[in-house]
Every structure is written in C-alpha cells, then in structure tokens.
Design a protein around this ligand. Structure first.
Ligand code: AMP
Length: 209
C-alpha cells in the first residue's frame, strides 16, 4: 500500500510516519529528510537548496520530482511507502501520477496556533535525528538526546519568520492538493491534534491495516 501524508509543516506527518512504518513495515520517505541529508553532505543538490530551505520556501519542482523519482525507483521492498512531505504542489502531484500509484492520501488536520507551538518548541538530535519537544516531549536531560546522547538543536526553518513563511507557502501551494485528491477519491481526513500514538491508530483504522 502506498500512502501520501499531507498536512501543514508541524502537523505530525514525520512522527506518525515513523510509528506507522514501525508497525506495518511500510517505508517512510521524507523529502525534507532527503534534502537535509543533501545539505549536510554538501552535495550539488544540497548547495542548491540550502538557502531556500532555511527561508522556509519550496525547492523547485523539477529538482524535487527528480529526487523522488530516483528514490522510488530504488524502492524494491514491495510492501509500500509513506510519502511524507511530497507532493507539495499540483505540478508535483501531476508528475507523481505518471510514475507511481497511490492508494490513499492522509490529510492531517491541525489548527495553526497548535502548529506554531509545535514547530517553535521542536528539537532534533544532531546525531540520530530523533525528535523532541521542549514542552510535549522533553528529553530527560536538557538539550541531550535520550537515545544516543547527541546534542539537540533547533532547525533553522523552525525560526518564527520561517514558520510564518512555511505556513503561507503551505496555504498557497499545498492546500489545493486537498481538493485535488478529494476529486480523485483518495483523501482521508484525520484529526492530527491528539498524541501521535492515537493519531497513528486512527490512520491504521482508516486504511484498514
Ligand atoms: P519538511 O521536513 O517536510 O518540513 O521539509 C523541509 C523543507 O524541505 C521544506 O520547507 C522545503 O524547503 C523542502 N521540501 C521538502 N519537501 C518538499 C517538496 N515536496 N517540494 C518542495 N520543497 C520541499
């Protein structure tokens, strides 16, 4: 089964994708993670997208589509994937249709006030990428990863200015995908406000797995 996780930044897509993947064996593919890895490794792609990402803008469609196409081509496991953060524009959705079959699109609904609180308190481990929140999921020791002892940091695009920009970009470019996939009969709305375990359970019920 191939899923798309749709929703504003901070709606919990990544957290729920990781849980669902653990429980079902689906492979989570996050374009944000792929781009962050490219930036970290200073590849040609990384150098092109670094400043766009830090400002909270969208990477150009042709670069994003090429990256996803290549990643999906190497996906041979067969169980299926969770696309987290792709597509984010109509052009990306149109392109995806030409090379990949999607079974359902999960739309995570979370009010803006909650999104802002989630993103501004978010912390990530520099070493193992584990996610925390200073209020909702604090590490045992401040700024230290429970899992590996790595240092925690705030993503540059979780700054207040970038958050506002990302929400505006989401409303303008990504929200139209809700109607797009509704028309295709693929959209499933999920309340993204409860704890991740509860949200994950709702997704499993909705897709019957
Ligand atoms: P995320 O981790 O999903 O919030 O993505 C972080 C950043 O990566 C976004 O703000 C964009 O700059 C870039 N990005 C991720 N996915 C896409 C996409 N599908 N299209 C364009 N840019 C993307």
């Amino acid at each position: 089964m191939n899923l798309i996780f749709l929703g504003a930044p901070g709606a919990g897509k990544g957290t729920v994708a990781a849980k669902l993947a653990e429980q079902t064996g689906l492979t989570p593919i996050s374009t944000g993670d792929l781009f962050r890895a490219a930036v970290k490794n200073e590849t040609d792609l990384g150098l092109k997208v670094k400043s766009i990402m830090e400002a909270g803008g969208l990477v150009p469609d042709e670069l994003t589509i090429a990256l996803v196409k290549e990643r999906l081509a190497s996906e041979t496991d067969g169980k299926g994937v969770i696309l987290d953060g792709f597509p984010r524009t109509i052009a990306q959705a149109d392109a995806l249709k030409t090379f990949f079959k999607i079974d359902a699109v999960i739309n995570f609904i979370v009010p803006d006030e909650k999104i802002i609180k989630r993103l501004s308190g978010r912390r990530l481990c520099r070493q193992c990428n584990a996610g925390y929140h200073i209020e909702y999921m604090p590490p045992k020791t401040e700024n230290v990863c429970d899992a590996c002892g790595g240092e925690l940091f705030t993503r540059k695009d979780d700054s207040p200015e970038s958050i506002q920009n990302r929400l505006a970009v989401y409303a303008a470019q990504t929200q139209p995908l809700i109607d797009y996939y509704k028309k295709e009969g693929l959209l499933i709305d999920i309340d993204g406000t409860p704890q991740p375990d509860t949200v994950c359970e709702s997704v499993r019920k909705a897709i019957g797995c």
